[in-house]
Design a protein around this ligand. Structure first.
Ligand code: SF4
Ligand code: SF4
Length: 191
């Protein structure tokens, strides 16, 4: 989750916005729980520093280190490795957060967006193929494709409804938060 400290000597409205942004992130976690991203890329130094707290993966060809989401460091109070979190985490600011930071969106309205997304994720979670992480499970559904006629009408109906929910989720995320990706993109510019 991003870094949103409230500096001591800033105008009150900016300080309040920073507080709102920080509390939005603690209540949200969509960029850490596998809804938005599948993997987090880290530098070699970060991989070494965090390897006992986050299960690191290393691509044998590129040598790039990552860890998968949902992130095991995410807890009810937010990031469990906050002080040492990778730079890609500390610099990431989704569109929702940037709008709250800029005072363009009220924190409670931001939380309403998060709630709408959670309802969809919960519905999808109940019917997606079993597995640990949400992101690869949704990819698996897409890769599997529509069940054939032998699967029966009910299986095809569930598949169609699930795919519709997934497309709606993608659209809301793209519009309100960010594009869903296997890994975290370049950090968005802070506003
Ligand atoms: S390390 Fe912290 S900020 Fe990064 S994905 Fe995990 S919980 Fe989120
Ligand atoms: S998705 Fe956006 S609002 Fe939610 S925790 Fe990440 S940066 Fe914060």
């Amino acid at each position: 989750m991003p870094d949103t400290p409230a500096p001591a000597l800033v105008p009150r409205s900016r300080s309040k916005r920073a507080e709102d942004a920080a509390s939005l992130c603690v209540s949200c976690g969509l960029c850490c729980d596998g809804t938005l991203f599948g993997f987090v890329p880290v530098t070699d130094h970060e991989a070494e520093q965090l390897k006992h707290r986050l299960p690191m993966l290393r691509d044998p060809e590129s040598g790039e280190s990552t860890f998968s989401q949902s992130c095991v460091a995410l807890g009810p109070g937010g990031c469990g490795v906050y002080e040492d979190r990778p730079v890609v985490c500390s610099s990431y600011k989704c569109s929702l957060l940037r709008r709250v930071n800029a005072g363009e969106l009220d924190r409670d309205d931001g939380l309403d967006v998060v709630d709408r997304i959670r309802v969809l994720v919960g519905r999808l979670d109940a019917v997606l193929p079993p597995g640990k992480s949400f992101w690869p499970r949704t990819q698996e559904l897409r890769d599997t494709g529509e069940p054939n006629d032998d699967a029966g009408e009910e299986a095809r109906r569930i598949f169609a409804a699930t795919l519709l929910d997934l497309n709606v989720l993608d659209r809301i995320l793209e519009t309100e938060i960010d594009e869903r990706l296997g890994s975290i993109p370049e950090a968005a510019p802070a506003t």
